[in-house]
Design a binder for this molecule. Sequence first.
Ligand code: HEM
Ligand code: HEM
Length: 190
Amino acid sequence: MPFRNDSLNWGVTAKTFHWSIATLVFVEFALGWLAVVWPLTPTKLYLFIWHKSLGMVVLLLVVMRLIWRLFNPRPLFPVSVARWERVTAETVHGLFYAVLILLPFSGWLLNSATGVPFKIFGWFKLPELVAPSRPLMGIMIDAHILLGWALISLLAIHILAALRHHWFRQDVTLKRMLPFVRIRESNLHV
Ligand code: HEM
Ligand code: HEM
């Protein structure tokens, strides 16, 4: 199985990272919002345990994905993709990585600032980054929500761009990110 990217295709590793992180991010939004609005019952606690635990998994996966990307450059863009589109794509992807690290990290800081000890999946204690602090708690709640909206905005651009490539430009951009799809076209930038 081709684990690495080549000039034409995303490898299995990059695709697995992409779709597992994307799925977890959607689950994380649902869990985060549910946990906040849920009435004060044991379920609320479980929603928070899952939200925080899976959020830390996202952080770990994103760091692993970035390290992998460092040694394994992305495939080339199709020739039909203009320079400004490449720059926009690379910018949105860069911002994605930044937000995908800062968002869980703000959650981690928030958890530390509350001073409530937390065990990931109930297994092991999440190390405290800072001493308990009310002002920091407020700042981190705002940061967490703001970063959440930033992620949603990036996602809107990202999904619209992917669909535009597929339906209007009819190039390989979306197709070759899908699982089990490999393309053989050679009409790519060098
Ligand atoms: C990709 C990862 C994450 C996403 C997308 C995410 C998203 C969200 C969202 C949408 C909310 C609801 C905000 C609101 O309506 O007030 C929330 C709340 C919260 N999240 Fe996360 N989160 C992530 C990771 C984490 C992590 C890793 C932690 C802690 C270790 C964490 C801790 C919290 C806490 C404590 C709240 C409640 C904040 C409040 O009281 O308003 N989150 N998160
Ligand atoms: C939370 C959800 C998502 C996140 C965080 C995300 C993030 C990313 C990132 C960071 C890249 C760049 C990969 C790299 O260069 O290392 C990428 C590529 C890509 N994503 Fe997503 N993505 C998400 C959901 C989606 C969805 C729902 C679609 C399809 C509609 C999609 C389609 C694509 C495609 C086609 C590429 C390749 C773009 C190219 O060749 O320039 N993504 N994604």
